[in-house]
Ligand binder design. Structure first.
Ligand code: FES
Length: 75
């Protein structure tokens, strides 16, 4: 699945038919914190601590993005 520069992972999943629940869409509530299996996240949320973001194990798919061209998530 490709996520455009002005898109979010969550919206791309919904368009692909995946049932994704999210609430604030601003990285505050933590509703859709998702595990990272491969790749590095560009964290843009305010929910995870800086330490959790540095661990690169989870990300908020409503607002955070991949740092590289590819990221594999535990959806
Ligand atoms: S929907 Fe609230 S943090 Fe993503």
């Amino acid at each position: 699945m490709t996520v455009g520069p002005d898109d979010t992972i969550a919206n791309a999943l919904i368009r692909a038919g995946v049932d994704v629940e999210f609430k604030c869409e601003e990285g505050v509530c933590g509703t859709r914190i998702t595990g990272i299996l491969e790749g590095e996240a560009d964290h843009r949320d305010k929910f995870l601590t800086l330490e959790e973001q540095a661990e690169n194990c989870e990300m908020a798919i409503c607002c955070s993005r991949a740092k590289g061209k590819r990221i594999v998530l535990d959806i």
